[in-house]
Each structure stands twice: as C-alpha cells, then as structure tokens.
Design a protein around this ligand. Structure first.
Ligand SMILES: Cc1cc2nc3c(=O)[nH]c(=O)nc-3n(C[C@H](O)[C@H](O)[C@H](O)COP(=O)(O)OP(=O)(O)OC[C@H]3O[C@@H](n4cnc5c(N)ncnc54)[C@H](O)[C@@H]3O)c2cc1C
Length: 360
C-alpha cells in the first residue's frame, strides 16, 4: 500500500523485502485475517477502520481480486468483560449498527456456537475476513503498476541519517533516499535498536479442524469471532480456501521469541488449548486436524500500534507490527505512513499512537 500510494503521488519509491512476496516467515500469512468495526481494544481505532474498509474496497476493485469476505463479526464474553463491553462502547460511540445476543440466541441463529450460558455476544454486520496473501499481492501489483521499484530477497542491513535524508545498506547495494519508512515486522528491533526493548516478538499457533457438520461453518452461517472465556481470548473463522474451521488463541503459550531462531513447527502441546476450546465452545467443528501453522505477533507494552517519526529524525518513519491486530489496518496504515513521509503530517488521528507515550 505504501509503495502504491507514494508512487501515485509522484514520489520515486523503492520497496525492499528480505524474503519472497508473499511469504510465510513473518506475521501476515495464514489464509485469513479478521476485519471488524466493533473494536474493544480502543474506540479510537474505529475511524481508521472505516477508512481501511474504503481502501480495501478500492484495492479489490482496482486489482479485480476478491480480498474480503463479509460474514459479520461476533465479540463475546461475560457481560462485564472488555471483549463485550468494549465492542459495545465502540459501536455506541460511532453509531454503528449492532445487535446484542444472549448465548442461547447466538446458538439459535448460528448453531456452530455453544458459548457459556452467561455470555453475551455483540453482532456487528460490517466485518468478516481479509485474504492476506491476496491483499499483499494486490498491493504490490498496484505499486509496480504505479511505477514503484519493488525488490524481494534483498535484506536491509543498516541505515544511517545523511543530512536531511538517509543512506540504506542492503545485501545488494547502498541507496540514498530522502525518507525511510521502516515496517520490518518482528525484525524491527534489528533495524531500530531504540525500539528493541519495546517490541516483543511472540510465537503464535493457528489450527484448522475439519468440522463434523461442515454446513454450520460456512461464511454464510458462521461469523468470525473474538471470544473471551476462562481459558483465554480466542478468535476464529469459518472454512475458507483450505479445509477446516480455523481457531487461534491470543498470546498462545506466551512464548517470546527471536524471529530468526524459534520453533516454526507446531506440536501436540500447541494444539491442545485450541482443541479443548473447540471441543467446548464449537463442538460441531471438533473433527480431525487439517493443519497447524505458526506465526508471530510483535507486541508493544500497551498493545497499541506505533506510527511515528523517530525522535530526532523526521526523515525516518516507523510502523510497529501491531501487537497481533494490525492486518486489517494495513491499507490505512499505508496511507498514514505515506502522509508522514511526504508531508510530515496526516489527517488521521494517530497522535495517541506516537512514540511519545514511551521513553524512547
Ligand atoms: C497468528 C496471527 C493471527 C493474526 N490475526 C489477525 C487478524 O485476524 N486480524 C488482524 O487484523 N491482524 C491479525 N494479526 C496481526 C497481523 O497479521 C499483524 O499485525 C500484521 O500482519 C503485521 O504486519 P507487518 O507488516 O508489521 O509484519 P510482516 O507482515 O511480518 O511484514 C514485515 C516485513 O518486513 C520484512 N523485513 C524484516 N526485516 C527486513 C529487512 N532487514 N530487510 C528487508 N525486509 C525485512 C519481513 O520479511 C516482512 O515481510 C495476526 C497475526 C498472527 C501472527
């Protein structure tokens, strides 16, 4: 997105990626990513999400690719817990349409769900899932079409300020640029040592289980969910593209990792909490394992994003990998980063996501 927007604004743009485009080594793979407007993490994300929806729609139209599947979204928890109360507060603050369903009403409408009897679910119709590998491909194709120079398999090794600009050294050469945008995911600490203490890469595991009743786990009959239960905070999806109902647990086994050296294979120990939650809360999905995959979150201390210039270096813009909830925002984050790089300011309200809240 950044490359596409910058190139369209007439800015000579170089995009560098150390692996392939797309790839499965970082944080943006795994077939599906939830997108939702009801946002229990903080209501200030809602305006960004409204813009992200517009931009994903434009990208789908321009690329001719199907990028987003609308299922509606469920945010469920005990009535006094933040997944439900926060989702409700964000809908009320921004006048978004929603319905509150008891656990029994949820099962009656969507029989794949069997949540605890005391749980409340907020249903918000505008949401579902993005197809991340296709989204990345569409963004890169758009950037290339707009004239950006995009290069994979070229790792950035170092950068240094040079007057008002910057020198960037890669495995293949040295580049001079007026501005540098760093969005290196779990590897941000390698490129920006000042952020190393703030950003914690964390191993995550996703499971796909073959539903026993497949007809209950189609996108038409099974909205994506965020669910807080005593065992933790889970999220999940209907079947799409590959076999299986998909489920994940935020902060899975709480394993902080080095992104270049961690166990990328998932094990039965990884599978256990996902299997148990499926058996308990989605029993009709509790069939044979179809796939287990690992991925990385990279968390900030408050789990909110970092979108800012580096203190003392207005020509260096940094974007954190977004604490496990950033993919849905990628389109609007691209717009924000392009604004910050070209104009030093953006019309989006992102002051609260600045580095000033930390001691950097
Ligand atoms: C299991 C899982 C489930 C998730 N579910 C959701 C969800 O449902 N909804 C949602 O909105 N978000 C979700 N997220 C979070 C979301 O996917 C991330 O916030 C987002 O993908 C982070 O994107 P990124 O561009 O920062 O990182 P990445 O996609 O990892 O991109 C960083 C890129 O920088 C490259 N790079 C690193 N170092 C260098 C270097 N030195 N030189 C050149 N290139 C370099 C990497 O190779 C990589 O391609 C989930 C994350 C995980 C792991």
């Amino acid at each position: 997105m950044i490359g596409q927007l910058l190139a369209r604004r007439g800015v000579r743009t170089l995009g560098l990626e150390r692996f392939d485009i797309p790839h499965a080594m970082g944080s943006s793979h795994g077939i599906t990513r939830i997108i939702r407007l009801a946002y229990y993490e903080h209501p200030s994300y809602v305006p960004l999400l409204l813009r992200a929806f517009e931009l994903w729609g434009e990208l789908a139209a321009e690329s001719g690719r199907h990028l987003l599947e609308v299922t509606g979204t469920i945010d469920a928890s005990a009535p006094d817990e933040v997944v439900f109360t926060g989702a409700l507060a964000s809908c009320q603050a921004f006048d978004l349409p929603y319905e509150v369903l008891t656990s029994q009403a949820l099962t009656a409408r969507y029989p794949g769900y069997h949540l605890p009897a005391d749980h409340l679910a907020l249903f918000q119709p505008r949401g579902g899932f993005l197809l991340p590998e296709r989204c990345i491909t569409a963004h890169v194709e758009g950037a290339l079409a707009a004239g950006a120079d995009i290069r994979a398999r070229e790792r950035v090794l170092a950068w240094e300020p040079a007057g008002d600009g910057v020198h960037v050294t890669t495995e293949r050469g040295v580049y001079e640029a007026g501005r540098l945008i760093l969005a290196a995911g779990a590897w941000m600490g390698d490129l920006v040592p000042a952020l190393r203490g703030l950003l914690e890469p964390e191993r995550q595991v996703l499971a796909w289980f073959a539903p026993l009743q497949r007809e209950l786990f189609t996108p038409e009959r099974f909205p994506v969910f965020n669910l807080m239960v005593p065992e933790g905070r889970f999220y999940g999806f209907p079947e799409h593209d590959v076999p299986g109902f998909k489920i994940g647990l935020y902060h899975h086994l709480e394993q902080r990792v080095d992104p270049d050296h961690f166990e990328r294979e998932a094990s039965p120990v990884d599978e256990a909490p996902l299997r148990e939650a499926t058996a308990r809360y989605f029993p009709a999905a509790n069939g044979p394992t179809m796939a287990l995959r690992t991925c990385m979150f990279t968390n900030t201390p408050d789990e909110h994003f970092i979108l800012d210039a580096l203190p003392g270096f207005p020509q260096i813009i940094v974007a954190s990998p977004c604490s496990g909830h950033g993919f849905k925002f990628a389109a609007v984050i691209g717009e924000i980063l392009a604004d910050l790089a070209v104009r030093g300011a953006t019309r989006h309200d992102v002051g609260w996501l600045g580095l000033g809240r930390f001691a950097v």
